[in-house]
Write a new protein. Structure first.
Length: 95
């Protein structure tokens, strides 16, 4: 039962973030984040997608103030900047 609560909480979190980022919570954008957190659900994506659809529908009906208030309860990792992966050779000229 605790696992279901964590799953639903995570779906809610990513649906809220999705609606803030894209003005609408899209289940296809949320499912990747959920499967990354709960890889055991990869075997039953049909059931998972239905749960996500229901939650996205609920989140899409919320007002902006409600969304911002609720999302403030969650923490999100910042995207890491990609480091320039070019190799520099001493004395080489760009050509």
């Amino acid at each position: 039962m605790e696992a279901d609560k964590k799953l639903n909480e995570s779906i809610r979190k990513w649906a809220l973030k999705n609606v803030l980022d894209f003005k609408i919570a899209v289940p296809n954008k949320v499912i990747g984040k959920i499967i990354a957190e709960f890889p055991e659900w990869k075997e039953d994506t049909k059931k998972l997608m239905e749960i996500i659809r229901v939650e996205c529908t609920k989140v899409n009906l919320l007002k902006n103030e409600q969304i911002r208030e609720e999302i403030s309860k969650y923490k999100f990792e910042e995207k890491k900047e990609e480091v320039d992966k070019q190799i520099a050779f001493a004395g080489a000229k760009e050509g």
